[in-house]
Every structure is written in C-alpha cells, then in structure tokens.
Design a protein around this ligand. Sequence first.
Ligand code: GDG
Length: 508
Amino acid sequence: MSEQTTTEPGEYAFVVVSNRLPVDRVQNPDGTFPEGEAGWKQSPGGLVTALEPVMRERDGAWIGWAGAPDLELAPFDNDGIHIVPVALSAEDIEKYYEGFSNDTLWPLYHDVISPPTYHRVWWERYVQVNRRFAEEAARQSAPDAIVWVQDYQLQLVPSMLRALRPDLTIGFFNHIPFPAYGIYSQLPWRTQIVRGLLGADVIGFQRVADAGNFSRAVRRLTPFVTKNPVIEVPHAGGIRRVVARAFPISIDSASYEEMARRPDIQERARQIREDLGNPKTIMLGVDRLDYTKGIGHRLKAFGELLADGGLAVEDVTLVQVASPSRERVQAYMQLRDEIELTVGRINGDYGTISHSAINYLHHGYPREEMVALYLAADVMLVTALRDGMNLVAKEYVASRIDDDGVLVLSEFTGAWDELKRAVRINPHDIDGLKDAILQAISMPKRERQARMRSLRKRVRENDVAAWSSRFLETLVEAAAQRTVRPAATDDIDDLEWTVERPPGGFRA
Ligand code: GDG
C-alpha cells in the first residue's frame, strides 16, 4: 500500500470513524418516520458521552453506518456533531458485517468459543467496505486532523487512510480482545489485518495482555522491531513509531450515580423487588444474547444449585436480561434456542405457582430501567467466557450508591484486571461458580460494603472521560514523534507488507 493517491482535505479537525453512527433513527411504532421532526436521536452510549465535549471543542465529525440497508443519506448536524452516514447495501451487511465482522473476526478474537467461518468473498467485501470508510474519513478530515477509528469492523482503515492522507494523526481502539498468536494465526488474512492496524499512530487495546498478543503477532508476521510499547514501522524512507498499549475503557460513572440517586428510579427498584415477591436474594444477569457472555454456564450453575438444595426457589430469583443481538447470524439463532430451552427446563423443574426460578427477558430496556435493576439486585453475575471489557460490571458498581451488592466477575473479562475486589470466578468451573454464588449470597454486610466501596472508587477514578483523554493525549504525543530516524536498510520497504516472518525468524 503506497501513498500515491491523496485526497483533498475536508474541514473537520477531529473525526471519529465507527461501524455504527452514534445516533438512531427515531421511528414511529409502525416503522414510518415522524413527519416534520429531525428523525434522529443520540444513542445513549458511553463513547458518545465521552467524545461529545471533544467533538464540540474541536469541530468534530462522526462517520458511520446508520443501521439499515441502502440508506443514502446526506451528512447532517445533530447536537453539535457533524454526522456523516456511510451507506451499506444488503449485500455489504451480509458479507462485511454479519459475515466477516460477526462470524469470522468476533468468534476468532474471542478465543474461538464458537468456530469462526472463513469465506474469501466476505473478506473481499470487508476490504471494500473498509476502503469506503477510509475514503470518507479522508474527505472529511481537515489538514493535520486527528482521526480515531473504532473497533474490529474497521481494522484496515488506519493504513488505507494513511495512504490517502499522510498528514493525519490516526488512532485505533479495539473494543474486543486480541487473541494469542496460536489462535490469531488461523486467520487467512492475518498479515493484511496487522498491516491495516499498523497504519495508526496509536493502537489501543482493553488489556495489557491484548496489546502483548498484538505485538507478538507483529513479530511473527512482519520484520518490524518491537520495543514495548513501540513498534518501528519502515515508512517513506524512515521509521514510523506506532504505539500499541492498553487503555481500559470505562463508563460515564457520574451519569449512573445520578440516575441511581433519582427517587423515581429508586422507587422503581423497590417495585421490581416487590413484583418479584420480595425474595431474600435477587441475582441479575444483563447481557447481549451472545455466546461470549457465558449465559449457559450461569444457568447451569444456578440450575444445579436448585437441584442439589444449595438454593431454594422461594429464596432466590435470577433475573436475566438477554437483549436481542445479531439475530440473523446462525450461531446466535442457535444460542437463543439453547438458552431458552434451558430457562424453560429450569423454570419447569423448580418453579412453583408463586415463584419462578428465572425471570428471562429477551428485550432491550431504557437505561433508567437498567439502573433500577442494578439497584434491585443483591448479586450481579458476570460470567463471560471472554470479554474485551464488560461495561455491565462497571455500570452495576457505579449504580450502587448504597455501597451494597456483590459483583461476581469472570476472570476472562477486561474488567477483572481492574475490579479485583469482586468475587472472582472461572465460568468453566461450574462447582467454583456455584461456590462463588453461595459466597456472594451469604457475604456479611460489612464485607459487601468494603468491597463495593473499593470497586466504586476504581470505576469513578477511571471513567470514560479519563479513558478518552488518556488515549488522545498519547495519540498527540505519538504523532509528534512519528518519524524518529531513517530506516537502517533501503530495501526494508519492500518487505513491509508482503513477507511473513519465516519459522526461526528473519535473521536466523
Ligand atoms: C463491546 C465488547 C466492551 C445491554 N442490554 C441493554 C443495554 N445494554 C448495554 C449495557 C452496556 C452495553 O449494552 C453492553 O456493553 P458490554 O461491555 O457489556 O458488552 P458488548 O456489547 O459486547 O460491548 C465489550 C464494550 O464493547 C466497550 O468497549 O466492554 O467487551 O464486547 O452498556 O448496559 N442497555 C440498555 N438496555 C438494554 O436492554 N439501555
């Protein structure tokens, strides 16, 4: 990939590129759009909240897909952010999004919990769609602008964009894990993806381990020198420094605290407890219905506790919010069937007329309702088999303004690296998970409070605003020292993107 083509600069000094736009189209219940209204509503994500101030301050644009096929929409302004929709056809969605992003990269990057599917036509479409995003970013960005690319759907954008606009400062953040090389190496396009990412000045990961896995992949697949956290990439006759390190993402913790303090939300939490029959213990799971979240393992442990008398259905209710996700991908359809079969069995076997064991909710809810659920729950179960971060764990902690409640947390989440006062579990160890649930339920109040206070402090100190400032500061610094010295050899450029490190290394 060379730098022959350049694009005329645009006018935005700070550009975010993500698969989805931070706004949702507002629809009437019948699917039509309200006449005379803007028709767009900001989606309530932490990322938007964190970046909004930066966007306003620096003349920001956000490039992404509007979420429905074949929407050819002109750019528009929404709440101070310039929104630039990228159109995706039904075939783009099928091959680039549902296919390569969600059925190849997602399972591969989550340690092949579900087998990844490799299709060359999906890959080709991934390349095409990434190019479209890169071209749009090149068109929108002002001279020397900062561009921040988000997530695994767009891993080729950094190098495509650098080729089009060498003046830009480019950051990339990967929201999901980056797997160990033994797993990553399955990917037929492993070198191209690494090469795509290395177009950035800073590549951010959730965990130190993810950044380490990426650097090891670079060492195996390219001849580039890595000096943690810097990777030296030959470029235009010199060396370009790329920083690859961890920036654990977080939530807008103040907004969760604020919601938790609202009397109407506290009242709703009381109402939820009452509607559930005021059991001694309410346990809660909140997840997108995804096979990485370990919902089946959680249900198995809970079902066994009811079966062996460790728990009684009169005393404990599990509320499981499983919000609909990727419903057109085969593995997700199958997962839904499995989970719903298990829930039905457990409720059939252990429920009574007045008590269901599991309150299973296959819906999305407003954020206020989620906070009421967090406040109502004595025990929060986060049993992911692999998770980049897991924001739900942080949201639960931030909402517990009463310093009460117990977080049971899988060690395979990024959140575990920070939230060490949670009750740690290995979700594959069902007996261990059962013990942890019993420990959480019977934990004395003093211990619950001590743990929750420390967890809350941690989440408050590293909120999403701190996360984005740290990333952007690193990005600006890295860009300032981008080219540090001439390359040691003239021919290294030829090696740049074409050669994988042979077994035993380049200089064996
Ligand atoms: C990816 C990575 C990483 C869920 N149901 C409802 C609802 N949610 C909200 C939660 C939370 C978010 O969705 C889910 O975030 P997670 O972090 O738990 O998981 P992923 O969706 O898999 O996110 C993950 C994250 O990116 C950020 O980098 O942490 O590892 O996989 O905010 O509250 N929100 C509402 N109603 C629902 O029904 N309002």
